[in-house]
Design a protein around this ligand. Structure first.
Ligand SMILES: Cc1cc2nc3c(=O)[nH]c(=O)nc-3n(C[C@H](O)[C@H](O)[C@H](O)COP(=O)(O)OP(=O)(O)OC[C@H]3O[C@@H](n4cnc5c(N)ncnc54)[C@H](O)[C@@H]3O)c2cc1C
Ligand SMILES: *[C@@H]1O[C@H](CO)[C@@H](O)[C@H](O)[C@H]1NC(C)=O
Ligand SMILES: *[C@@H]1O[C@H](CO)[C@@H](O)[C@H](O)[C@H]1NC(C)=O
Length: 583
């Protein structure tokens, strides 16, 4: 790809002679892989938060709601642990893994083949789809009917049931807001039942039903969602413009920005003192323009290039070359500005602002999912079959009133040494989005700000990272100082510590769970780890975010990473590279 040929020139100046190999690439591999003896469930990155594999003995692929019901009945009757996963499995925590480490009395239900029905009810502005339906397929159908789904995550490689289950969102404080589950007006849930009811039953939950508040964001722990009904609006277009500007006013401007633009967001690159404001409002269908938003990070990449970016990062990491990371970050940001992050006016290239296009083409993207068959050497950049990108994704959800202070603290940390943020800026910096208060028990009880930041993850769990301490301090500031809530589908385990105390309706959720799934068949030790925020301390645990260090051994003393207080948030305990110094 064009961008990367340019980047590669830079890379070659940075790294000499990295060995590259070509392999055949196709769309992402199926998340369930079986070898005759046992099946293994992977997520899209090929690694769970704890890096331990998820082995399951049996996997069911129902195609109808009745087959789904029978699968749940089978699990209930035979006292099996059961979980459901989509054909995408794009969630980072190991929520979808049913098994325990010891035993194999578990069943995994895949919705990969349960994806055929999409029914549009134009008169009532609604659509109902099977739980396994891909978001892109749903959106295309809806748009064909002249309607639009208002909210969606920015990444389209998700299923309709999977995405609502973890509270996935785009960005909006307007109308029903940016969280997709707040556009859900009904769903069908398959739950365990008594023997006389056939061991499993389908319950239909309507818009006014209290149960919807528990079911719409339920992390797969209440039952299997077989159908989802979303409310729609008349079809519309969007007009988008990015303003690459100075970051000095973010903490004062973010509230106004969310109020002024229906789909606004802000990408903040601290090391570059740059904020990118997305001016994004709806316009009528008559507005001229047939643009698309083909977000750069989700485009198809040549494997050679993804691998050489990774090789470069690794070389910079092991050389502790912060400035090299700054060159990468600068190159990426300059390119993003040049191509408007992947907006394309006519569907092919960016020719100037504003870019106007239909909602269905502007809200969400993921062109790397559909690698063209004529190209056998490209994939999503994080495809685990190649030696491509591997990173953490932290996502913290803040009360509006606390967010300004968080930004001020991060700026203080940045000002100590801006280069320390080049690593995160090489990804997407800090992406700031908006979601509205929700009735969902595990949704946000107040209008909120969501911040995503991605950063390098080493191939090996015991390898500390460049500026490890800085990202750990930001993470602890977010989740503990400012009590941000973790996005259920992302994050390292420590983000979930004490999560129960952050959701006012948490106990309501747990009591619904007790009622619908009294034998807890939809729970596993893995989902409990997230839901109850438990962690254990072991050597090196802080490197992977499985704990917060309290002793040096939780970091990597042999590599000179010791447990130290934060620089701005002194209560933080972070792993810092501190080679022997003269006292
Ligand atoms: C590249 C990338 C970009 C992303 N961008 C965004 C973004 O912009 N905004 C955002 O909010 N999120 C984003 N995410 C996170 C993503 O939206 C969530 O992880 C989403 O839940 C994934 O959906 P899935 O269909 O792959 O679900 P899975 O990973 O298959 O499952 C997720 C959870 O839902 C449960 N589940 C799945 N199907 C069912 C069912 N039928 N019934 C009951 N439970 C079910 C599973 O048990 C599991 O607990 C992104 C993820 C990636 C990898
Ligand atoms: C299948 O995979 C499991 C787990 O990775 C492994 O232990 C087992 O040896 C494999 N079996 C075969 C036949 O390859
Ligand atoms: C870009 O944003 C800055 C900061 O909000 C503002 O001062 C400036 O006028 C904006 N520029 C454009 C072209 O909108």
């Amino acid at each position: 790809m064009y961008y990367f040929w340019w980047l590669q020139c830079v890379l070659h100046l940075l790294v000499w002679g990295s060995t590259l190999q070509t392999i055949q690439a196709i769309p992402p591999q199926a998340p369930v892989q079986c070898n005759g003896t046992i099946c293994t469930l992977y997520n899209s990155y090929g690694a769970w938060g704890d890096r331990k594999d998820c082995h399951v003995k049996t996997v069911a692929y129902p195609t109808t709601e009745e087959e789904l019901r029978l699968a749940v009945a089978h699990a209930n009757r035979n006292k099996l642990r059961v979980k459901v996963v989509s054909k995408f499995s794009h969630t980072i925590p190991k929520l979808a893994c049913p098994s325990t480490q010891q035993s194999d009395d578990s069943l995994l239900i895949s919705t990969a083949k349960y994806d055929s029905h999409i029914e549009i009810d134009s008169a009532n502005f609604a659509v109902t789809a099977d739980g396994g339906v891909a978001l892109r397929k749903l959106i295309d159908k809806v748009e064909e009917a002249g309607l639009s789904l208002v909210a969606a995550p920015y990444w389209e490689g998700v299923s309709v049931a999977g995405l609502i289950s973890t509270g996935a969102h785009g960005s909006s404080w307007w109308g029903k807001g940016g969280a997709v589950h707040d556009h859900v007006i009904g769903l069908s849930l398959i739950v365990p039942a008594s023997e006389s009811e056939g061991y499993a039953k389908v319950i239909q939950i309507g818009a006014q039903d209290q149960l919807l508040n528990a079911a719409k964001v339920s992390l797969g722990t209440l039952g299997v969602i077989s159908k989802v009904t979303f409310s729609l609006e008349r079809g519309f277009k969007r007009s988008i413009k990015y303003n690459f500007t100075d970051d000095s006013l973010i903490e004062n401007e973010f509230i106004e920005h969310g109020k002024k633009y229906e789909f606004g967001d802000i990408a903040w690159y601290p090391s570059k003192h740059t904020a990118v404001y997305r001016y994004d409002n709806r316009v009528s269908m008559d507005a001229l323009g047939d643009g698309i938003n083909d977000f750069l990070g989700f485009q198809d990449n040549e494997i050679l290039v993804s691998e050489s970016v990774r090789a470069t990062e690794k070389a910079l990491e092991s050389a502790k070359n912060v400035n090299g990371k700054c060159i990468l970050a600068a190159t990426t940001l300059a390119y993003k500005k040049q191509i408007a992050n992947g907006l394309k006016n006519n569907g092919l290239i960016f020719t100037g602002y504003p870019v106007v296009g239909r909602q269905g083409k502007m809200q969400t993207s993921g062109s790397c999912l559909y690698s063209p068959t004529i190209r056998i050497d490209s994939s999503c950049p994080w495809d685990p079959r190649i030696k491509g990108l591997f990173f953490y994704e932290s996502t913290a959800i803040f009360s509006v009133t606390k967010f300004g202070d968080f930004i001020r603290d991060v700026k203080k940390l940045r000002d100590l040494k801006p280069e320390n943020f080049c690593g995160v800026d090489h990804y997407n910096g800090f992406l700031i989005r908006y979601i509205k208060a929700s009735q969902a028990y595990l949704g946000q009880s107040e209008d909120s700000i969501v911040v995503d930041f991605n950063y390098y993850r080493a191939d090996d769990a015991s390898t500390p990272r460049l500026n490890e301490d800085v990202m750990e301090e930001v993470e602890q500031m977010a989740f503990f100082k400012y009590r941000a809530r973790p996005h259920w589908a992302k994050n390292r385990n420590l983000a979930f510590f004490n999560v129960q105390s952050k959701y006012p309706n948490y106990n309501k959720f747990l009591s619904v769970k007790k009622r619908l799934d009294p034998k807890n068949i939809f729970s596993s030790e893995w989902s409990d780890e997230i839901l109850f925020g438990t962690g254990v301390k072991s050597d090196g645990c802080a490197l992977e975010g499985l704990c917060i260090c309290s002793e040096d051994r939780h970091c990597s003393p042999s590599k000179a990473y010791f447990c130290k207080p934060g620089l701005v948030y002194n209560e933080a305990r972070v792993c810092r590279y501190s080679p022997a110094t003269v006292l």
